[in-house]
Design a protein around this ligand. Structure first.
Ligand code: FES
Length: 615
């Protein structure tokens, strides 16, 4: 069969593809990168390319996204074009994944934890056996290390080890189990790795287990994003073939090993001295890391293959640390409330609180845990990808060039751009800011409609009014975020506000349903803990203004950062916290909010923005 040539002149490369191959596949085969938040479903509109020459019939999705003029100029969605002849294609900058993603790594964390780690090292000096006291090797060791448990493998190693080292050496224990014997005194070299596997980013921290202190932290984009931005795309991808499942597992394992390698090199630590690892991720990420098929997670009733905590050796998992290192996988609460939330509960010490508290992790999937009268209730809310920038026309992740903060002050609009470069788009925190600011200034009404310049409240500056521009169809208004004379104009469109209402409304409706289930009101809440990398960057006043979180005094709303990573560190340092992590998941009442009869009504109410008079 004839192969067609697909060239990318701007990138000076080309590939050959069979008829029917998607252009998206050609791009990845050419080792080029393109955004694909919806994993090629044709819904996110982020994989925009321009056909420079050749035939590419516009699909229905292309016609929805692009105007007639853009279609005639060659604009298409790469995932919706199937090759039927030679093509010359341009990948515009805006379609290439962002560089310089801001990842909350807790690089400066000075936290240290109460030390009672699972893994301990002890240097031993044994008596040399004699004819007068012909003590066996094992009894000789047990005399020094009482209550220890040994396996056959170590018993086989022990005679040579003791004689080679003149009856001294370092023993490594996981609780009472001997896991390794090391030459010389290596008590000072006992390290651990905590990992947070997020859907978007992976973060690892290296800990010194003699002090409980973090030596350093590294993060990177989760390479699985090539299979789509959200967990549903990954579930679908792994369900398509065993090959996909294997490659999803390999991608995340390679990423974690890369971060471990970087940390070891930076802090001059040998991999072989890392004896414990903890991994926290959402249910999908943990299963994919373990290489477990998760088709059932994509279907009602969303069953995870496992829920209890798991322990494996590093060698079983392929982690590049000491092969005997004990690896703790956090338990999961439900299909969409995973180990990262359990880890967050460990970090936030929710069990030690007595007053009503809401823990919320804001992301593509919002997870909420409510503590009331000693009982924990958990739920998840499918917020969609708006906070990650997908489905927002100018949306992007928090990376170089993203508008990350917006303020309206004295009738002027002020924007803050990551790295102070020319703005390329808007990230989730700024989307919340601009919505809150427009509500405050009356440029947006409580239903979420952007008003016309004529409808603006008295006293609105002309500068702001000029930013309200009639949309292409003439039915709605858009709000210009960049200066009027800027080369690249960035707008917040009416449909972007609708996407935010859907995302925020889903999370808020889930909070309200949990409050109702527990029989507690919003005003009775003592505190709200906002977790997660995204949550760290949002501003509490604005999050309250759009109704995303309950309207409590600022002092009662705390941002707790990457609590998933913090919890993963805590269990390495403290056996008590590890026990808590092991037991907590089973004590949580999981509420499937979407099946609650009141969900639709709560969701519809939560989509409305709160009244200005409440603030
Ligand atoms: S529209 Fe093509 S990847 Fe989303």
């Amino acid at each position: 069969m004839t192969e067609y040539k697909v060239s990318f002149p701007r990138n000076q490369t080309d590939v050959f593809a069979l008829p029917g191959t998607s252009l998206y596949e050609c791009i990845t085969r050419a080792n080029l990168r393109i955004k694909n938040p919806c994993a090629g479903q044709g819904t996110c509109g982020k994989c925009r390319i321009r056909i420079l020459s050749g035939e590419a019939v516009p699909s229905v999705q292309c016609r929805k996204i692009f105007s007639e003029k853009e279609i005639s100029e060659g604009w298409r969605l790469a995932c919706r074009v199937h090759i039927s002849g030679d093509l010359s294609v341009e990948l515009p900058d805006e379609s290439v994944p962002e560089e310089g993603l801001i990842i909350l790594t807790a690089e400066d964390s000075s936290s240290s934890y109460e030390l009672n780690p699972l893994i301990k090292k002890k240097f031993v000096r044994l008596a040399n056996p004699t004819l007068e006291e012909p003590i066996s090797d094992l009894e000789n060791l047990i005399r020094v290390i009482q209550h220890a448990r040994f396996d056959l493998n170590h018993l086989r190693l022990l005679p040579d080890f003791l004689r080679k080292n003149n009856f001294t050496g370092t023993t490594v224990f996981s609780e009472k189990n001997l896991v390794a014997l090391e030459d010389g005194d290596t008590e000072n070299a006992n390290f651990a790795i905590a990992v947070d596997i997020g859907t978007t980013t992976v973060v690892a921290a290296l800990l010194d287990m003699n002090t409980g202190k973090q030596l350093g932290c590294r993060g990177m984009l989760n390479p699985q994003v090539k299979f789509g931005d959200d967990v549903l795309s990954r579930i679908n991808a792994q369900g398509q073939s065993d090959k996909n499942l294997k490659s999803l597992q390999r991608e995340i394992l390679t990423a974690i090993n890369k971060l471990i390698g970087e940390l070891c090199e930076a802090f001059k630590v040998s991999n072989s001295n890392i004896y414990s690892v903890s991994l926290a991720g959402n249910t999908v990420m943990e299963n994919l890391f373990l290489g477990i098929p998760i088709k059932a997670l994509g279907e009602i009733p969303f069953i995870s293959p496992f829920s209890r905590s798991l322990r494996f050796t590093a060698s079983e998992l392929g982690l590049q640390v000491n092969p005997c290192a004990e690896t703790f996988i956090f338990p999961v609460i439900g299909g969409f409330v995973g180990g990262d939330i359990v880890s967050g509960l460990v970090a936030s010490r929710l069990n030690e609180r007595t007053n009503p508290t809401v823990f919320v992790d804001v992301g593509t999937n919002g997870e909420i845990v409510l503590l009331y009268k000693g009982q924990l209730y958990a739920a998840s809310a499918a917020a969609g990808p708006a906070f990650e920038g997908a489905r927002i026309e100018a949306g992007m992740r928090a990376a170089d060039g993203a508008i990350e903060k917006v303020i309206i002050q004295d009738g002027e609009l002020l924007i803050n751009v990551i790295r102070n470069v020319e703005p390329k788009g808007i990230c989730g925190s700024a989307l919340i800011d601009i919505t809150a600011e427009m509500l405050r200034c009356g440029l947006l009404d409580e239903t979420g409609r952007i008003v016309s310049p004529e409808e603006c409240p008295a006293g609105t500056s002309d500068k702001l009014k000029r930013r309200l521009i009639a949309s292409k169809d003439g039915n709605t208004f858009d709000f210009l975020l960049t200066p009027q004379d800027s080369r690249k104009k960035i707008y917040i469109r009416q449909k972007d506000i609708r996407e935010l209402q859907l995302a925020s409304g889903a999370i808020r409706a889930a909070i309200n349903i949990l409050l109702k289930k527990a029989g507690v009101t919003e005003s009775e809440l003592d505190s709200v803990l906002v977790a997660g990398g995204f949550g760290y960057f949002i501003r509490r006043t604005n999050a309250k203004r759009i109704g995303l979180i309950p309207n409590l005094p600022d002092a009662k709303i705390r941002f707790i950062g990457n609590s998933s990573l913090e919890g993963a560190k805590a269990v390495l340092c403290s056996r008590e916290r590890l026990r808590y992590a092991e037991g907590i998941a089973a004590q949580v009442k999981y509420v499937e909010v979407s099946l609650d009869p009141e969900f639709q009504m709560e969701f519809a109410n939560a989509m409305m923005f709160p009244c200005q008079s409440d603030f």
